[in-house]
Design a protein around this ligand. Structure first.
Ligand code: NAD
Length: 504
């Protein structure tokens, strides 16, 4: 399989206009499908990053004065190009990140959706007009571009996260520097080529408006520490956020942190169990459990657990595990061997902490011996022990039971992360309580659907160790702009606020 994957990747990169000079170098890119090397790319240095930031800052100084709806037109054209390259980019996501084809294509669709959203938003960067307490005065707020927006992204959404940030940053008048995951540089180079083709034909867009710099954490740190970068939007593990957040704060930069999740579903006595089983399967095993919103904890009422868990085990037993390029596959590979080892460590801990584990073993896939495929695991736990409170980026579903709803809510919120949450119930009181101030403490709170698969129209992000950032829809655009409060005096007097008198 290896040489054919490499040549397929090369064909896709060519089709999307990636300059061959970008390929070849010290970072070896492997496909999780079979572990083979599919390309090499050059690692850039901290110095390269600083030069890129300087040119992006110069580009910002031009771009900020282009009218926002014209900036929106650039993003509209990006959406047009993404539609043309949807198949190629979706397939490259599958090859490089191991997602099943349908999810690879879905990720590109999400990019197209955020382009459309951002185009509309480019005409709606509204500020408020505020009643002044002084006669002959008017107050209003205006929103202005910030500068260079630094984007650091994780391997598991190798292209969509960039587009969430970039489309909004561009319409807001910012320039963008992207440091993608060192595990997925090819899809990043493809996105760069697609956007650059649009920029090259767009008169008002400076050439250095959006750039990609390839490298690992050290190159990311150069971006994080650069005072010419007022916004750092960083997506990845909580460990990464703990390193990045304080560094940005130390120079009074703004961070948008999108970190780890440990998402739960409460299954109440009235739940539609057939729907719940389907939702659990997609959200716990989709993307092989490697979504930040993957379902990791199931909190089931003791009256339905004996019905639900056997149904789940049956469904899990028949899940097709295999190469993501095969249309029948639902569970593709883990990203690499380290992910497999972490999964096995967590399953060992789960057993030590009193759990009973079904599944979790490595699955051999023909012609893909170097890939790390697993049967998704269900771990029935006697309590919410340490291992359950830790995000393991693999398909492990911990199952716990509850007696009364308060206990379910307590278990639900008793983890350090706060990204996504959901409940399956037909009981209106439980629904409302779950979504209330005394309910789920997460940034995303769903009823009768799973925790994963968000739409771009809502603000995306979570609380606690998930970092508190918001991206994508709703008013997340405000994170990419600075607000100015303006007071205009159209009278001939000079009254002071709060009635202060200061006669000179
Ligand atoms: P990771 O933390 O290993 O790497 C993420 C990115 O951060 C990479 O580009 C990496 O090079 C960079 N990085 C790491 N340390 C850095 C540092 N000190 N300074 C600057 N950059 C640094 O994460 P991963 O394994 O690629 O992705 C999986 C994790 O990402 C999971 O925890 C998952 O929940 C999380 N994630 C969160 C969201 C969200 O929106 N909340 C979305 C996707 C993934």
């Amino acid at each position: 399989m290896s040489s054919s994957l490499a040549s397929e990747a090369k064909t896709l990169l060519d089709a999307m206009g990636v300059d061959a000079a970008k390929l070849g170098g010290s970072i070896s890119v492997s496909s999780p499908i079979d572990g083979s090397t599919i390309a090499t790319v050059a690692e850039q240095s901290a110095d390269d990053m600083n030069k890129a930031v300087e040119s992006a800052h110069a580009a910002f100084l031009e771009w900020r004065t282009v009218p926002a709806p014209v900036r929106g037109e650039l993003v509209r054209l990006l959406g047009v190009e993404l539609r043309k390259h949807k198949e190629a980019l979706g397939k490259l996501v599958s090859i490089e990140a191991g997602k099943i084809l349908s999810e690879g294509l879905g990720e590109v669709q999400e990019m197209i959706d955020i382009c459309d959203f951002a185009v509309g938003q480019s005409r709606q960067l509204y500020g408020k007009t505020i009643a002044s307490e002084r006669p002959g005065h008017r107050m209003m707020e205006t929103w202005h571009p910030m500068g260079v927006c630094g984007v650091i992204s994780a391997f598991n959404f190798p292209v969509a996260v960039w587009s969430w940030n970039t489309c909004l940053a561009l319409i807001c008048g910012d320039s963008v520097i992207w440091k993608p995951s060192e595990k997925t540089p090819l899809t990043a180079l493809a996105c760069e080529a697609i956007l650059n083709s649009v920029i090259a034909s767009f008169e008002q867009a400076p050439a250095a408006l959006a750039q990609v710099v390839i490298g690992g954490p050290a190159v990311g740190e150069a971006l994080v520490d650069n005072p010419l970068v007022p916004i750092i939007s960083a997506t990845g593990s909580t460990r990464m956020g703990k390193a990045v957040g304080p560094r940005v704060a130390a120079r009074f930069g703004r961070s948008i942190l999108e970190l780890g999740g440990n998402n739960a579903m409460i299954v109440a006595p009235s739940a539609d169990l057939d729907m719940a089983v389907r939702a659990i399967c997609f959200s716990a095993v989709g993307t092989a459990g490697q979504r930040c919103t993957s379902l990791r904890r199931l909190i089931v009422h003791e009256s339905v657990v004996d019905k639900l868990v056997p149904q789940l085990k049956k469904a899990y037993g028949s899940l097709p595990v295999g190469t993501p390029l095969d249309g029948g596959t639902l569970v593709g590979p883990l990203i690499d061997e380290a992910a497999f080892s972490m999964m096995q460590d967590s399953l060992t801990k789960a057993k030590e902490q009193g759990g009973t584990v079904t599944g979790g073993e490595r699955v051999s896939v023909e012609q893909c011996e170097g890939g790390f495929y697993v049967r998704p695991a269900i771990a029935e736990m006697p309590a919410q022990s340490d291992v359950v409170k830790t995000e393991t980026f693999a398909p492990i579903l911990y199952v716990m039971t509850y007696k009364d709803f308060d206990e379910a809510l307590k278990l639900h919120n008793e983890v350090p992360q706060g990204l996504s949450s959901c409940i399956f119930t037909l009981d209106m009181r439980e629904t409302e309580l779950f979504m209330s101030a005394a309910g789920s403490d997460c940034g995303i709170c769903n009823v009768n659907i799973g925790p994963s698969g968000a739409e771009i129209g809502g603000a995306f992000g979570g609380e606690k160790e998930t970092g508190g950032g918001r991206e994508s829809g709703s008013d997340a655009w405000k994170g990419y702009m600075r607000r100015a409060t303006n007071t205009i005096n159209y009278s001939t007097e000079l009254p002071l606020a709060q009635g202060v008198s200061f006669d000179v």
